[in-house]
Ligand binder design. Structure first.
Ligand code: DSN
Length: 440
């Protein structure tokens, strides 16, 4: 980055510092990953300079012959990798992509979406009242049962009663297999479109480490930067089943993305998605995807030995949701202390969480990024040991019930634990481990 260094040393330094941080810690936020250098090079290329409103061969600006080739190539790779007849590669990211699908298929203020409640692991765009998906459309939320599993009978009852136009299956914090087939039957019974939001598990699907929703759903949406390991972005795919239900489905979605919701596509992002899709089609990616799941399973087993309470009981994919209530430790405090110790996770609500979203009862963590670095089962055993030591260190730190006292406590807790010797010692050990596992 010699040009950046010369032009803007401040930004250069900030990027270098962030690179150092990423190298020295265990990145375990399950939606994060390390894109390859090839992906980053495409993202940082001259394609950034182009405007290309429209679609290949039908643009509103001149000079797009090469951009057309890039977009067509990206579409071809996505169609082949996921086995779908139609794809839109232009959405800027997951939220705009879901919004475009709703815009294409729902009547404003009247259309109904049945999706997993945010408080139970659904995404903001699955009908949360604070998101456009819940404000502009009628949301019908479904919940998890007392074992932390999707209650398919409840989904069916809600669908029969509420008659949604779209049912969303998919989540941001669900560690178990989703029964896409059962969802497909429910959607067919009520005549709804079925949308699978596989943002978290797309890389596992591409790598053969998770079942694909494609035979059972009408539309698949995925972001491209999580387990798929590409740049930030998203794909909206229409399946054979989708085209059978509605031959215009692909066109409707394309029109909703552009001109409905977006202007010019980010062509550099499109090219970087193409690179990621090529990488995901290689045999080495299959090995990666399987290792992600193996690592998560071992981590779950090890944490269970330390009496951590996993929502859903275990994991079938790349992520774990830990309910820390039995440890008497709040998720916000845990996430902070873990970061001091070099383990980066996110605080997360657990099903039926009595706590507010800023101080939820759990943490969410996953294995995609550390597996990209080459870590395996042996390292997972160590990580579980460290996580347990961190949680033990903050046990007894009780978050006050009173709101004002709570924010004072939170400030003071951060001050005290930012310099905690035991946590910093673990951070040092992790730094040493990390030197053996380079970033791409
Ligand atoms: N923020 C993403 C996640 O972490 O799951 C979803 O948008």
């Amino acid at each position: 980055m010699k040009n950046l260094k010369q032009t803007d040393p401040k930004v250069y330094e900030l990027i270098k510092e962030e690179e150092k941080r990423q190298k020295a810690v265990l990145e375990m936020i399950p939606s994060e990953n390390y894109a390859s250098k090839a992906v980053l090079e495409a993202l940082g290329s001259v394609l950034n300079n182009k405007y290309s409103e429209g679609y290949p061969k039908k643009r509103y600006y001149q000079g797009n012959a090469l951009i057309d080739t890039v977009e067509i190539l990206t579409q071809e790779r996505a169609r082949k990798l996921f086995g779908v007849p139609h794809v839109n590669v232009q959405p800027y990211s997951g939220s705009p992509a879901n919004t475009a699908i709703y815009f294409a298929l729902l009547e404003p203020l009247k259309g109904k979406v049945l999706g997993l409640s945010l408080a139970f692991g659904g995404h903001l765009t699955h009908g949360s009242p604070v998101s456009i998906s819940g404000k502009y459309f009628k949301a019908i939320p479904y919940h998890l049962d007392k074992n932390g599993l999707i209650d398919y009978d409840q989904v069916e009852k809600l669908a029969l009663r509420g008659k949604p136009n779209i049912i969303v299956c998919g989540a941001t914090a669900y560690p178990r297999i989703i029964d896409f087939k059962r969802f497909g039957k429910i959607a067919d019974k009520v005549g709804a479109y079925l949308l699978a939001d596989v943002s978290h598990i797309a890389g596992l699907i591409a790598g053969g480490a998770h079942l694909s929703p494609v035979p059972y759903v009408h539309v698949v949406m995925t972001t491209t930067h999580k387990t798929l390991r590409g740049p930030r972005g998203a794909l909206i795919m229409v399946t054979e089943k989708g085209l059978k239900k509605d031959p215009e489905l692909g066109d409707k979605i394309d029109k909703a993305v552009f001109p409905g919701l977006q202007g010019g596509p980010h062509d550099n992002q499109t090219a970087a998605i193409a690179v990621a899709l090529l990488e995901a089609s290689k045999p080495s990616f299959k090995i990666y995807a399987k290792q992600v799941v193996k690592n998560a399973r071992v981590l779950a087993e090890e944490l269970t030995k330390f009496k951590f309470n996993l929502v859903g009981g275990k994991t079938d994919n790349h992520l774990l949701l830990i309910d820390l209530s039995n440890k008497k430790v709040n998720g916000a405090l845990a996430a902070f202390a873990l970061e001091v110790a070099g383990i980066v996770v996110n605080k997360n609500a657990v099903p039926n969480d009595p706590m507010p979203p800023f101080y939820p009862s759990g943490v969410r963590l996953g294995t995609p990024a550390i597996t990209t670095r080459g870590m395996k089962e042996k390292e997972m055993v160590k990580i579980a040991f460290w996580i347990n030591n961190v949680i033990e260190e903050i046990r007894g730190e009780e978050l006050p019930k009173d709101k004002e006292q709570r924010s004072e406590f939170w400030k003071e807790f951060k001050k005290r634990f930012a310099k905690n010797k035991k946590l910093l010692k673990i951070a040092g050990e992790i730094k040493i481990l990390c030197t053996k596992f380079s970033l791409p």
